[in-house]
Design a protein around this ligand. Structure first.
Ligand SMILES: [Zn+2]
Ligand SMILES: [Zn+2]
Length: 372
């Protein structure tokens, strides 16, 4: 009887502890037309390859970090814990998929094809059976992923473990995959690295721009919640937060990478996020009657904006370098030279230095302002 009571108490404690709330760091992003911005990390490891954590912790920390979707992508060919853990190539994603609904997190089954350079490492997402990718020949592994309808991206082309100078190189193996239509995207960002040359490849070859953590240890030991050291993410512009909609977004190149307070992506996507985040108030400049007038730039998003401002073909002046913290407003004085004429409309040129639509180059767009 005593034993039974102890068991009951233990069961009660276990039930209560599972009801504790946990906290999530949410990044506020603007609402954009047609799509949701689904925050994903599509490259992560567990103890089932060379990671240090169990798959359930991967899922939980993904939710805590504000992600909407996670892929676990353990190495197929590299399993250094196999003397301690029975390696089943499908097991980490089975465990992850089972707990993801508890966090309302979309879970994507993946694996990392891990070969010497060339061709290097590739993640295959949306696969059904990892065992079929465990082949002798690297191309057979890619083919097995394609046969399962995978989205395939090349991981960390400039990783110093395979490229000592840290610069990605394109080999004939990559031309082969590209021409076969088997290469869908490339990591422009992996962990702490950004590869500008790979950014250009993605633009030139119309490949999906990817950026992921490739986390092996715990996120808490490697990243923080602040803007400078947050977890890298691939944001997918998708119609809804489902596996199928995320796949559609990836295949159709609708991604933005969020890395170290920077966004990396295609011009229309970055411009849409910038324009929906920033509001210029008022839309008129009262410069016909005055020499100086204030302009407010309101940042409605959780992103920081690092701006260079100028007027196009105008003698108006304003501070050229402006940083707007998340959810903040800055006041900018606009000046007109003494006794000078000013047009009825002026174009404000906005360069967002931390939104990279070309390698190491900030997005530029213009806003028309009425002068009264
Ligand atoms: Zn790798
Ligand atoms: Zn990896």
């Amino acid at each position: 009887m005593k034993t039974r009571a102890s068991v009951l108490i233990l069961f009660f404690i276990a039930s209560i502890s599972s009801l504790f709330s946990i906290e999530r760091t949410d990044l506020i992003l603007p609402t954009i037309p047609e799509y949701q911005i689904i925050k994903c990390d599509l490259h992560a490891h567990t103890v089932f390859s060379d990671g240090e954590v169990w798959p359930t912790l991967r899922v939980r920390e993904a939710w805590e970090n504000g992600l909407d979707a996670l892929a676990i992508t353990d190495h197929i060919e590299y399993t250094p814990h196999d003397k301690d853990i029975h390696i089943n190539l499908n097991r980490s994603t089975e465990i992850g998929a089972a707990v993801a609904p508890n966090y309302l997190l979309t879970f994507i089954k993946g694996a990392e094809i891990t070969r010497d350079m060339p061709p290097g490492h590739f993640n295959a997402l949306f696969i059904k059976n990892v065992d079929k990718l465990d082949t002798k020949d690297w191309h057979d592994a890619i083919q097995a992923a394609v046969d399962q309808g995978a989205f395939i991206f090349w991981n960390h082309p400039g990783w110093r473990g395979q490229q000592p100078d840290g610069i990605g190189k394109w080999y004939e193996e990559h031309t082969r995959l590209f021409e076969e239509g088997y290469l869908h995207g490339i990591e422009v960002v992996n962990e702490d690295e950004y590869y500008p040359e790979v950014h250009q490849w993605c633009l030139d070859k119309n490949l999906t721009i990817m950026g992921n953590s490739d986390i092996h240890g715990t996120i808490a030991s490697q990243y923080s919640a602040g803007p400078a050291r947050h977890r890298p993410m691939t944001w997918v512009l998708a119609r809804e937060n489902t596996v199928e909609a995320i796949k559609d977004g990836l295949i159709n190149r609708r991604t933005v990478v969020y890395w170290r307070n920077k966004l990396i992506g295609r011009t229309p996507h970055l411009q849409m996020i910038a324009e929906k985040s920033l509001e210029i108030m008022p839309g008129q400049l009262a410069l016909k009657s005055k020499n100086n007038t204030p302009l407010q730039l309101v940042n409605h998003s959780g992103l920081e904006f690092d701006l260079n401002l100028s007027f196009v073909e105008s003698n108006l002046s304003l501070p050229t370098t402006v940083t707007i913290p998340p959810l903040s407003t800055v006041l900018i004085p606009v000046g007109r030279p003494e006794k000078s004429q000013v047009a009825d409309k002026v174009l404000l040129r906005i360069q967002v230095n931390n939104f990279l639509d070309k390698p190491n180059q900030g997005l530029v767009f213009e806003r028309e302002l009425v002068v009264q």
